[in-house]
Design a protein around this ligand. Structure first.
Ligand code: FAD
Length: 386
């Protein structure tokens, strides 16, 4: 019996689990176990909506996996023993593996600036986003500081400003909002934030989060009744603790087929993996996470039939950004994520963004029925990845 354990059932972990289950369903020598912290699927792409007080669909992982043959274990992974090839769940249960698919995702980096862990809210889990939603509900006429002017910060600031018009929302960060986008999309984003009343403070360095605001380099303070932290990326320390080779951010360094370079029986996918392409390292997105998952599943099955896995190639297509429920901007990109001239704005962009955000769950169902379709579902990047 070949034991495959998938750690994490986010966008990457679930795509890998259902692809593996579907591709091995005629074999009786494979056992797939999926471990995740919760039974409910976290639609991370929508956690800014949760924080603004919206209710999301209740998507249940065990329901999705019913009939696929994959077993679901709800629990917190506390350790990986790469030498003994097992993982520990909730410190009690031990799961052995022949192949490990590591998909524990990432969270925002709350360790880089003092006070974040103590005083700031995050969008790192549904629970955290719901806690912020409850706080915002009770605030009335007050100020919310959204720290981090990357795309998560922009989406959160716009959503909160739209759903809570009485609140003053300040978006604070180093870079100007939409720095990764082309001039048209960026200008549109700025106008939309202004229309929603979001005050932008870019080009500043936050050095401390306080119970009642944030302190900036240079001595200035911004008073706030609630602080949301969206800046930076941090991954689980489990991979490094297990002795797997990781990069400076703790992500598992992979070979071209997405296997750990130090432990080839471990596949690393999604935000937890440092995946190199010709144009550079893939940065954490759902857009790239699901392709890494399908590729890993295909590769595991190839290895089981004595074939070599193929190199993973991926090119980006877009940067979709919501600006509340009634506005959005989509920047189309070259495979290396640099902006093209083309962008979508307004109602067409809202429709596009909504289509993208709601796509993963139906895609998991499709992968169960038609696993081969998954292999064609992403751009390979052409000359950018050759
Ligand atoms: C507000 C917001 C908006 C975003 N918008 C976009 C977007 O528009 N487009 C885009 O491409 N990307 C977007 N992203 C990024 C995207 O969500 C991530 O890149 C994506 O979720 C990565 O998928 P993943 O499967 O690697 O990790 P995740 O989806 O985070 O899944 C990891 C899973 O592992 C579980 N887990 C972690 N540690 C443990 C443990 N020790 N034990 C058990 N379970 C554990 C978690 O609970 C989770 O279920 C957004 C992110 C945020 C926060």
């Amino acid at each position: 019996m070949r034991k495959i354990v998938v750690l994490g059932a986010g966008y990457a972990g679930l795509a890998a689990a259902v692809s593996l289950a579907a591709r091995t369903k005629r074999r009786d020598d494979v056992r797939i176990t999926v471990v995740n912290a919760a039974e409910r699927f976290t639609e991370r792409l929508r956690l800014h909506q949760t924080a603004a007080g919206e209710d999301l669909a209740d998507l249940r992982i065990p329901e999705l996996l019913t009939g696929t043959g994959a077993e679901f274990v709800c629990g917190w992974v506390t350790g990986v023993d790469a030498a003994a090839r097992n993982v520990r769940v909730d410190d009690e249960r031990v799961l052995e593996y022949d192949t490990l698919v590591y998909a524990l995702g990432s969270v925002s980096d709350t360790s880089a600036v003092p006070g974040v862990d103590d005083h700031a809210y995050t969008l790192d889990s549904a629970h955290n986003a719901e806690t912020l939603a409850r706080r915002l509900d009770g605030l009335g006429d007050a100020t919310v500081a959204v720290c981090g002017s990357g795309l998560t910060g922009v989406e959160a600031a716009a959503e909160i400003a739209e759903q809570h018009p009485a609140l003053r929302v300040v978006l604070i960060g180093r870079e100007e909002p939409g720095a990764v986008m082309g001039p048209r999309a960026k200008a549109y984003m700025h106008a939309s934030l202004e229309r929603l009343g979001v005050q932008v403070r870019s080009g500043v360095e936050i050095i401390k989060v306080l119970p009642d605001g944030v302190e900036l380099a240079g001595g200035e303070s911004v008073a706030a009744d609630a602080v949301l932290w969206t800046s930076g990326v941090r991954v689980s320390p489990l991979a490094a603790a297990a002795g797997l080779q990781v990069d400076e951010r703790g992500r598992i360094v992979t070979d071209s087929a997405l296997r750990s370079v130090s432990h080839p029986e471990v596949y690393a996918i999604g935000d937890a993996a440092a995946v190199q392409q010709t144009y550079g390292l893939i940065h954490g997105t759902c857009q790239s996470s699901m392709p890494t998952a399908v590729h890993a599943a295909v590769s595991v099955v190839r290895e089981m039939s004595g074939k070599q896995p193929k190199p993973f190639r991926f090119g980006y297509i877009h940067v979709p950004v919501s600006l509340g429920r009634n506005d959005a901007v989509i920047q189309f990109t070259h495979p290396d994520d640099s902006p093209k001239r083309l962008c979508l704005t307004g109602r067409r962009a809202v429709w596009y963004k909504e289509t993208v955000s709601s796509a993963p769950w139906p895609a998991f169902r499709r992968l169960i029925k038609h696993p081969a379709a998954g292999s064609f579902a992403w751009r390979r990047g052409g000359r950018y990845t050759r």
